[in-house]
Design a protein around this ligand. Structure first.
Ligand code: GLA
Length: 735
């Protein structure tokens, strides 16, 4: 039993962790513990200082030390005396804004809960249990149901919240966060992932200051600028030691993570849909379902925490045929041609690719409608026969005949004013009546809350997918959303639109991924602008960034790796000088960095000389050889590129017999010692060899003393070598 209840204390146990809370004598649900297993009720750590200006609930009488404002709460509501950031706020019919939530009942179920209309972690009944705790407002008929999914073996707890209006008048939900986590003790830092287009998920670690720190998006997407995932680590926590907690929101719209360090140095984390772009009128008798948060912690550093998330997302979030299987190595024509291509050009790239062992040709933007630049055509999902004179079918057939699969780009959620769709349905674009809409990349956004729009997109896309042998879809989304307004909602409910947009998007993704189960869907939003666990439920991989420069990519992929599995990271070798940075790196370095992901190419292979083509063929072979190890092995960050002159990572097979070390050394320096890196995750007592070398090292030596990297000459040089357990042979079991 992963979940048990003793004397109103709830124990949620995974293989190595314990989550604990308690309903006290007043029915207040107090948070007791989230950390390593302790085999003990942790309520002895609760302290009740009498802190000035911290009021008391009425029933506490003269117990001045009993204050919602100072105790760790399981789910904090606004308006009744806890002045820290609330998880939930509602406005009642009379205009008052208060919720005094008290424990009523609980249920335990031997399966993982689902969330209507939203992606959620899934598991077999044998792998998960659910705890539902019903809290009720003392004065109204508003109920809050806290849901906890416990996936013991993965050391993960999921959380979600349902608000139920049991009264007979509507309420307005002003905010409803999915996570509220109070941590009364410790010296904490946080790691969040900020960035911009072409430089996503830059890891930033900072001490928690008193007051509120926030990472959020109001862009209608999870965004390039912040990511809906956050790490809290105790000071001194490293990749391999120390305590840390991670939380990732399974949601692709605007989100908010707030972390407050309060007057008593206690920490509260709330995470969920961003209340700045959200409000929801909940009619009598209705429920609101908040998205899910995936929560995990580790007492052995951030590396192990990442393993928990990688394992969970790969096995319990991603779905479909390609969830665990090897993905095709692809070539995408975007950086090779941009909008300037025809059939012949695409076929010539595909032909070269097929000769070099590449599995799939992906035709990017520009194949449809009147789309010769980014100013027109979005919404017209029928082939542009000026460019592709024989239609899509003939092109696909020819590419298939080369032995290659065929993939296609869509940007379903967008509309160009210069398009047939806009001429017919201008009202489908999001804009506020009486105002000019904001254009971004010259385009407007379709109103995904409108079922007619979703139906149109389903019909248009499924027509293309069923009439042509398309085996891959790149689902792009190239702008942030503003000017929120929809004619489909009354004026008083316009604040619901951003969330309804996401529900519409998910419904379309669900339908298409269900109806085309053999198609590999790759997410994209100007690269990695919507790289979140919500999208990974529909698309097992996401184009990580429009920045394909190996040097900058190594930072982007470093940040991405904290939460997201390597198989989820779409990653390509592109031409040099790099189109984003102008930097020239070697083909080898570009290959090494791109291999730490779902691999492919994004350049015109016809421009390569013979030697470069041989290198490409060699990379494709090497990638296919390592692919299982890259996907299924444990990934270790062996350096911090922000602090060191290199970025090095490794993949270790589950039996610890095979290790692939890859990386990039940034700057050469004369008269210096060779760089040394310490490995991780090896069997300490076993011996390892670098193939081709005589020398044998113990796992212990490689992890504590490390290994010297080869002599480096030049900047941005690739590191790539394998280690094998001594005595290991190709036939040995791998995973
Ligand atoms: C976005 C994507 C690119 C490419 C272009 C096409 O920027 O991230 O990979 O598909 O759109 O317009």
């Amino acid at each position: 039993m992963a979940i048990r209840v003793e004397n109103n204390v709830f124990y949620l146990e995974t293989a190595h962790t314990l989550y604990q809370m308690k309903a006290d004598n007043f029915g207040v649900l107090q948070h007791l513990w989230y950390g390593p297993k302790t085999d003990c009720c942790m309520d002895y750590l609760l302290d009740y200082p009498d802190v000035g200006f911290s009021g008391n609930i009425y029933e506490a009488g003269d117990q001045r030390a009993y204050s919602l404002n100072t105790m760790p709460l399981e789910y904090a509501a606004g308006g009744v005396g806890d002045f820290r950031v609330p998880a939930v706020c509602v406005t009642h019919e009379d205009g008052s804004r208060a919720l005094d939530l008290r424990f009523r009942e609980y249920h335990i179920k031997n399966e993982k809960y689902n969330i209507p209309g939203l992606p959620a972690v899934y598991a077999d009944a044998s792998e998960a249990e659910t705890l539902e705790i019903l809290l009720k407002d003392t004065a109204s008929q508003v109920e809050v149901i806290l849901k906890y999914g416990v996936l013991s073996e993965t050391d993960v707890i999921t959380r979600s919240v349902v608000i139920r209006n049991q009264g007979d008048t509507p309420i307005l939900i002003n905010r409803v966060h999915s996570l509220c986590l109070d941590i009364p003790y410790g010296d904490w830092e946080w790691v969040h992932f900020h960035g911009r287009h072409t430089m996503e998920r830059q890891a930033e670690r900072a001490p928690l200051i008193h007051g509120i720190q926030e990472s959020s998006s109001t862009r209608g997407t999870s965004s390039h600028q912040q990511n809906p995932a956050v790490l809290l680590c105790e000071k001194g926590c490293t990749e391999t030691s120390g305590f840390c907690i991670g939380a990732a929101l399974m949601y692709s719209g605007g989100f908010q993570t707030q972390i407050e360090r309060d007057q008593l140095d206690q920490v509260r984390v709330v995470m969920g849909v961003n209340p700045d772009t959200f409000a929801w009128t909940l009619s009598a008798g209705r429920c609101f379902y908040a998205p899910e948060v995936i929560l995990s912690c580790s007492d052995h550093g951030m590396g192990e925490l990442s393993h928990h998330f990688h394992n969970l997302i790969r096995n319990h979030v991603c779905r479909g045929k390609y969830k665990l299987s090897k993905r095709p190595v692809l070539i995408n024509n975007w950086e090779a041609t941009y909008f300037d291509f025809d059939e012949e050009k695409i076929e010539s790239i595909a032909k070269q690719a097929s000769e070099l062992g590449i599995d799939m040709m992906v035709l990017d933007d520009g194949w449809f409608g009147k789309r010769d630049s980014d100013t027109s055509g979005l919404g017209d999902w029928f082939v542009n026969e000026t460019k592709l004179q024989g239609g899509l079918n003939r092109l696909v057939e020819r590419i298939n005949r080369m032995g290659m699969k065929f993939g296609l780009w869509f940007e379903p959620e967008m509309i160009s004013e210069d398009s047939e769709l806009y001429r017919k349905h201008a009202g489908w674009a999001i804009r506020i009546p009486g105002r000019n809409p904001t254009r971004s990349r010259s385009q407007l956004v379709l109103d995904m809350s409108n079922p007619e729009v979703v139906e149109y997109l389903y019909q248009a896309m499924s027509k293309v997918l069923s009439e042509n042998h398309v085996e891959y879809v790149k689902w792009d989304m190239n702008r942030s959303i503003c000017d929120w307004y929809t004619p489909t909602l009354p004026n008083s409910r316009q604040a619901e639109l951003p969330h309804r947009y996401i529900l519409g998007l998910y419904s379309l993704l669900e339908r298409l991924t269900h109806d085309f189960p053999d198609v590999l869907f790759e997410g994209c939003s100007g690269g990695g602008g919507r790289f979140d666990a919500g999208m990974l439920y529909y698309c097992p991989q996401i184009w990580c960034s429009d920045d394909t420069d190996a040097h900058e990519r190594s930072f982007i992929q470093y940040g991405t790796s904290f939460f997201y599995p390597i198989s989820a990271v779409g990653s390509h070798v592109s031409a040099v000088p790099n189109h984003q940075t102008g930097r020239t790196t070697s083909m080898r370095t570009r290959g090494t960095v791109a291999m730490a992901g779902s691999f492919g190419y994004e350049l015109d292979l016809n421009t390569l000389d013979r030697q470069e083509k041989e290198e490409v063929a060699g990379q494709v072979t090497r990638y296919k050889e390592y692919q299982s190890l890259i996907y299924n092995g444990l990934y270790y960050r062996l350096s911090n590129p922000y602090e060191e002159n290199l970025s090095v990572w490794s993949f270790v097979s589950k039996d610890q017999a095979e290790v692939l070390v890859q990386g990039i050394v940034f700057r050469a320096s004369s008269n210096s010692l060779r760089p040394r890196i310490r490995l991780a995750g090896l069997a300490a007592d076993d011996s390892y060899m670098v193939p081709g070398e005589e020398r044998v090292y113990t796992g212990r030596a490689l992890m504590s003393g490390g290994i010297l990297l080869p002599d480096i000459k030049g900047d941005d040089v690739s590191i790539e070598f394998t280690l094998k357990k001594a005595g290991y042979s190709e036939g040995s079991p791998k995973f």
